[in-house]
Design a protein around this ligand. Sequence first.
Ligand code: UT7
Length: 329
Amino acid sequence: MSEISAAITAVGGYLPNYVLTNQILETIVDTNDEWITSRTGIKERRILKEEGKGTSFLAIKAAQDLIDKSGVNPQEIELVIVATATPDMKAASTAAYTATKIGATNAFSYDLEAACSSFLFGMSTAAKYIESGRYKKVLLIGADKNSSMINYKDRATCIIFGDGAGAVLFEPNNEGLGVQDEYLRSDGSGREFLQAKYGGSSYKTTAEALENNEHCIFQDGKTVFKNAVSNMADVSEKIIKRNGLNNDDISWLAAHQANKRIIDATAKRISLEDEKVMMNIQKYGNTTSATLPLLLYDYESKLKKGDNIIFAAFGGGFTWGSIYLKWAY
Ligand code: UT7
């Protein structure tokens, strides 16, 4: 690793106001609070209801929150990455629009897509720009308006996903804090099990596809669940072992919030106590690219300088991995 390390120095977040509870879902599809709670841990999720507002609306709000809290001058931000699986449009960059709207007019910007691992992979990307010594302020935003591709008649997916955004600022650190190590993976043979096909370049959007909601998320839950459990646990264990960390050294597990049972299984594999496992799935469901920064947003006041955090994610593609980071403030 280079002498400059890449530290997170500020956090922001945003959740839309509308709360879609399990009780409301009971009136829409054949499901019930008991099933959803026991199988996923989710009680409610937030939905961006307003017409014409997309992922950039969430991203801008989260970035603005970070700017207001930290006092960073947006004109000093050099790069804005929006990690997302639901860009505003197919072609124009959501990050470019977001950067301009928050006043980051000196930054270049781009979107990064790796399904539910988008933010994790974005952490790796952002860190490299800082570690190179060439960039001093990189803003990484994880944002998804999942409700834009959910079929609310499909109980296998509509109970899981929510909308939200979180943002972090990466800056150089010379005390050895920030990103320490990463282990990132992908396997394209898994793509049939979690996907939204139509609207993509291989699948022309037809009236029939729209009619059948084939532009919406499809998930073979059982297969994704099995792969998520084993892979997220494997990579977390690997990164812990190769950095010589033992149980007492780990302050927190920040795991992608897709299903409480997957998070619990990962924590169990690395023998981590419940108090060290960040959890907010009950409030927001699976917000795809926003789960990891929203954990930091919710737990920021509990974090201490030097805390060792193990990040882990698993998502469509398949994509997955783990990052070990030392908290910097
Ligand atoms: O973020 C990207 C990664 N995504 C994930 O990690 C998600 C991974 N998968 C999961 O979290 C779980 O597989 C689900 C939560 C999606 C589903 O849980 P499951 O325990 O795997 O349930 P299942 O699909 O095996 O379904 C069990 C039963 C079925 O009924 P039968 O066939 O046993 O009679 C389903 O029809 O539960 C039924 N079911 C439901 N019942 C009430 C499925 N969805 C629902 C529902 N409400 N919403």
